[in-house]
Design a protein around this ligand. Structure first.
Ligand SMILES: O=C(O)CCC(=O)C(=O)O
Length: 257
């Protein structure tokens, strides 16, 4: 049974992204937000959690002194995110757009864009970071706060998932040329808390500076068809390979004993 209507699936296939409204209920969303902020507070006391790209600082006007707090693979820090990873509504949509009953985790990353100075992301594809043979990889950005344009919501270039892997500059985080792909030219995907934005790893995307008075809190979950092998051995991380829905048809007895 499909989680998406035929029209929604056709929109995704044409544009390479879809914003699913209210996929996570308000109580869960509030809990995930609170956990995210307390986790970042804990981590900040121990280490520098700023993940601002060097290219954002040098290439995006106004980003010289911005910050973005992050934590990769959050499910190893708080059990509530393990529950979110296997949320049936979320993985049902992922399954529809990947085109497989089986959905496998690649990695997760939480971001908090702080008020007034939350760092932007220059336009890029995720594919160059971890290319896969069949390009089944998708991101699902779960919003735990409202994300209007002034909070630096995610922006996408519709249809860009059909372009294949583009040449990126590797300096300060892989990104596309600023003059060819200005943030302002992309479609702003304004979201409400509880909405989830899905897009293919070939879809060109980025996001602006949070200039609002409130934080923008998100969790990005990167997922793939387990039968789509990585083209190169790279970006391996804790938790990679965990099944979120269905089975791994390629699994072997390794580690069973
Ligand atoms: O959360 C955002 O604003 C975008 C994140 C992003 O593009 C990335 O992590 O690749």
């Amino acid at each position: 049974m499909l989680a998406l209507t035929p029209e929604e699936l056709a929109f995704y296939n044409e544009n390479g992204y879809i914003l699913m409204k209210g996929l996570i209920n308000p109580e869960e969303t509030a809990h995930y937000r609170a956990e995210a902020h307390s986790l970042i507070e804990r981590l900040s006391a121990q280490t520098n959690v700023d993940a601002t790209w060097g290219s954002a600082r040098s290439g995006v006007a106004g980003a010289e002194n911005t910050r973005i707090m992050h934590c990769h693979n959050v499910q190893f820090f708080s059990a509530c995110y393990t529950k979110l990873l296997v949320n049936d509504r979320l993985t049902a949509v992922a399954s529809d757009i990947i085109g497989s009953p089986n959905v496998q985790l690649h990695h997760t990353k939480m971001f908090i864009k702080p008020p007034e100075k939350g760092s932007p992301f220059p336009m890029h594809q995720d594919a160059p970071y971890f290319p896969h043979d069949r390009h089944s990889m998708i991101a699902a950005i779960c919003h735990f706060d409202d994300a209007p344009e002034e909070k630096g919501c995610v922006r996408v270039v519709p249809g860009s998932h059909k372009l294949g892997i583009l040449e990126h500059s590797r300096e300060g985080g892989w990104h596309l040329p600023f003059d060819q792909y200005p943030l302002s030219s992309a479609v702003a995907c304004e979201a409400k808390a509880g909405d989830v934005l899905f897009f293919n790893y070939l879809t060109i995307h980025g996001s602006g500076i949070n200039v609002s008075k409130e934080a923008r809190t998100t969790l990005l979950i990167q997922m793939r068809d387990p039968e789509d092998p990585p083209s190169i051995k790279t970006h391996e991380s804790r938790g990679q390979g965990m099944m979120l829905r269905g089975i791994d048809p390629l699994s072997t007895p390794r580690g069973v004993e």
